[in-house]
Design a protein around this ligand. Structure first.
Ligand code: 5AD
Ligand code: SF4
Length: 442
């Protein structure tokens, strides 16, 4: 590789989950610290970071086509310095280096604190790959938080030890680690000082977080939530994503007792059939999952529920798929995500027999999504007439219109006197599939 000028502007493109969004923000902060500024919308960037996701279909192919477009002048006039980050980088680092000479650096999700040094290498004409997984080193090396949107993400836990048989996360993000309590309290404080009104705690298994407070007492995520809730300037707390195995009584109680913990729970079930759940290596049954939700709802009756589903796991029969629909009918999710099973290289399910035909998967996904849409619409309609606070996140398309989120994570739009970051009392008056209209309560 040739020596090149130091990049002056950057663009970070994040794909996939909220943890990637968080990582993308942290990389941007590091670049800013290095004196590289964000390229204005529509203008060429000297450095492009592709922050990739590997969870489902064709992720790697997408990366190669993005690289192709960047080098062939389709995305911007001048080919930029390219960094590939995220889970595809972790899973296929060496391959990317071999296949895509235009890529200057490949950096995994646990090593991106080393990005500034890798940029210096690239400037000196040296390509580099870093997919190490040093436990915990990354966060300590990142700059302090100085900027925040009204709704901020805070990664408290990373990695996964659950090894669901379809999932790449334990391989790309590594073993479960919890960030230390004091570091989290500090980062939350900085985010609030920078304007955050809401913080969403993030982790692949967020409720598996454990730590110790200043006096050496052991804490779970519920304890962390209670501590963060003491900050008067922090108005809302959320967390995602949880595994049913890590939900304890204290967390359930916290939903009933801490008003700032928003009435919304994303708790993936994946399938409603016990044989399939076992083959997925999920440690719950359909029944134990439903009972757990009942306990949450008893603690917080207005709780909105969300989940993840996979259709067409290897060997899933029609009757087994029907069990998933039954769970949906019982839970009545406010909102949910559903996917066709996608074999991930290196996972146990990828080599299981009886992989399901694509048409069968399509048909099952359509039926499941129709049921989920029905419930989402019904949930939104049931909100009509309620008055709630909306956290204003941005301007809408119309003059004087604002967009924000209800406590139940519904998108709400309204017009009137407001500012970004305000919590405005709004009456919900009209419901669509994906959003609601409201009016300011005088
Ligand atoms: N195929 C399809 N969906 C998957 N997910 C994870 N791995 C796969 C896969 N191999 C889904 C799960 C998980 C969500 C983040 O992505 O539903 O909860
Ligand atoms: Fe993947 Fe299962 Fe871990 Fe979630 S709990 S990240 S689905 S292995």
């Amino acid at each position: 590789m040739q020596k090149t000028a130091s990049p002056k502007t950057y663009r970070v493109k994040s794909f996939g989950c909220q943890m990637n969004v968080y990582d993308g923000e942290r990389m941007a902060e590091m670049l800013a610290e290095k004196g590289i500024t964000e390229a204005p919308e529509g203008e060429d960037a000297d450095l492009v970071v592709l922050n990739t996701c590997h969870i489902r279909e064709k992720a790697a192919e997408k990366v190669y086509s993005d690289i192709g477009r960047l080098t062939k002048g389709k995305t911007q006039k001048k080919a930029p310095m390219i960094a590939v980050a995220g889970c595809v980088a972790q899973a296929e680092g060496e391959e990317i280096m071999a296949r895509a000479p235009a890529v200057s650096m490949v950096v995994g999700p646990q090593a991106y604190h080393r990005l500034p040094g890798m940029i210096d290498d690239a400037v000196a004409g040296k390509r580099s790959t870093d997919t190490d997984m040093p436990a915990d080193a990354k966060f300590a090396a990142l700059p302090k938080r100085r900027k925040s949107a009204p709704s901020a993400f805070l990664t408290i836990q990373e990695g996964c030890d659950k090894f669901c048989t379809y999932c790449v996360v334990p391989y790309t993000r590594g073993a479960e680690i919890s960030r230390p309590y004091s570091a989290l309290v500090d980062e939350a404080k900085k985010l609030v000082e920078a304007g955050a009104k809401e913080i969403t705690l993030l982790g692949q298994n967020v409720s598996a977080w454990t730590g110790e407070d200043d006096r050496g007492r052991k804490l779970g995520m519920a304890g962390l939530i209670r501590e963060l809730a003491k900050d008067p300037d922090l108005k809302r707390i959320r967390y995602t994503t949880s595994h049913p195995a890590d939900m304890d009584d204290e967390l359930i109680d916290t939903h009933g007792e801490v008003g700032k913990l928003m009435p919304y729970l994303h708790l993936p079930v994946q399938s409603g059939n016990d044989r399939v759940l076992k083959a997925m290596n999920r440690s719950h049954t359909a029944e134990s999952y439903l009972r757990l939700l009942e306990r949450f709802r008893a603690a917080r009756p207005d709780l909105a529920l969300s989940g993840d589903f996979i259709v067409g796991f290897p060997g899933e029969t029609d009757a087994e798929f029907e069990d998933t629909l039954k769970v949906v009918d019982q839970v009545r999710y406010a909102q949910a995500y559903s996917f066709k099973y996608s074999p991930r290289p290196g996972t146990p399910a990828a080599t299981m027999e009886n992989q399901i035909e694509p048409q069968v998967m399509d048909e099952r996904l359509q039926r499941l999504q129709a049921a989920l849409r029905r419930d989402q619409q019904a949930f939104n309609e049931a909100s009509i007439g309620k008055t709630c606070e909306v956290l204003v996140e941005r301007r809408g398309k119309l003059d004087g219109q604002w967009l924000g989120k209800s406590p139940w994570l519904q998108s709400v739009h309204f017009t009137g006197d407001a500012e970004i970051g305000d919590l405005i009392e709004v009456k919900l008056i009209q419901a669509g599939q994906n959003s609601l209209a409201g009016e300011i309560v005088a």
